[in-house]
Design a protein around this ligand. Structure first.
Ligand code: AHG
Ligand code: MN
Ligand code: MN
Ligand code: MN
Length: 295
């Protein structure tokens, strides 16, 4: 891959290209790693062998890149300092979800890898992002890359990233929605919100955020993992899921929110802090903020 991806500057471009090159190997490596690793991650989730293996592979490849000062992931308790001479003030911090939707591995459905590249020590707000990307392990392995220049989509294969769409923007005429959690666990405000969504859009919910996000980015609409009665902070993690996805959807002309304002403005105090997440076309993100303001 000779040219920079989506106009990314170093070391953002090297990080994203390293993830792209690793994606084919990760996809292949899922085979035979579908069972539980019998450990729990910092979010209290049972880890699959594939979660741990993909995280180790990405740590090994990314931590050695010039300019990478810190590495953190959903699967690791602490932030890791990388490179003996790189201070975070001049380097970048990489935070990632090595396998998003790994519970889909058992049912052989879509999964993803999510990467956020920050210019501040972790935990850091989304406003500190220099770039973000996600890999979608679908029928085709694709990657969506966002930088200040906007959003591009690539097909990955044979160590190459081939651009299939530059300047990706959310369609104006939204079509799909997906909302996580169980219906009895939705507070009344979320039930009211979903009633509006289901009256205007059609349901697409696949259990891996990246698969659902790619539907929204392709067809327009709304994806949410909302506040729940059982967990007011929802399920998704600010550092590894909320920020990178919020950054990508906002760069694609949409909005993101934790229910009150942009996800990128959330000031995380904990590395594995969770947040409610609403992303997609502006009208539908504005709507949840209005509903919650009146609740
Ligand atoms: P991860 O596999 O990285 O822990 O993420 C799973 C997340 C996200 O991908 C998805 O939107 C959500 O969990 C699905 O949650 P439910 O199983 O509760 O629907
Ligand atoms: Mn997990
Ligand atoms: Mn995830
Ligand atoms: Mn994960």
């Amino acid at each position: 891959m000779a040219t920079a991806l989506n106009g990314a500057v170093e070391p953002v471009d090297s990080i994203i290209r390293t993830v792209a090159r690793s994606a084919t190997e990760i996809r292949q490596g899922l085979i035979g790693r579908r069972s539980s690793a019998a450990e729990e991650n910092p979010s209290g989730e049972t880890q699959l062998e594939a979660d741990v293996w993909a995280d180790d592979l990405l740590y090994d490849r990314l931590s050695r890149l010039e300019g990478v000062a810190q590495y953190a992931s959903e699967e690791r308790e602490e932030v890791l300092d990388c490179g003996d001479d790189v201070d975070v003030d001049d380097g970048v911090a990489v935070a990632l979800d090595p396998l998003d939707g790994s519970s889909n591995l058992k049912s052989n459905n879509t999964m993803g890898t999510i990467v956020g590249i920050y210019d501040e020590p972790l935990p850091a707000p989304g406003e500190a992002l220099l770039g973000a990307c996600y890999v979608l392990y679908g029928p085709i392995t694709t990657m969506v890359v966002a930088t200040e220049d906007g959003v591009s989509e690539y097909e990955l294969g044979g160590g190459e990233a081939t651009v299939v769409q530059a300047n990706v923007t959310l369609p104006d005429d939204p079509v799909v929605y997906g909302v996580g959690g169980r219906v009895p666990d939705w507070p009344p405000a979320i039930e009211a919100y979903v009633s509006r969504l289901e009256s205007e859009l059609k349901l697409r919910y696949g259990g891996a955020m990246i698969g659902d996000i790619n539907q929204v980015l392709t067809y327009g609409g709304l994806f949410a993992y909302p506040t729940l009665e059982s967990s007011p902070e929802g399920k998704l993690r600010v550092q590894f899921e909320g920020n990178p996805i919020g950054y990508i959807l906002e760069r694609a002309g949409g909005r993101s929110s934790d229910g009150h304002g942009s996800l990128l403005a959330v000031e995380p105090t904990e590395l594995h802090q969770r947040t409610p997440l609403y992303v997609g076309n502006k009208a539908y993100v504005d709507l949840i903020e209005d509903i919650l303001a009146d609740a």
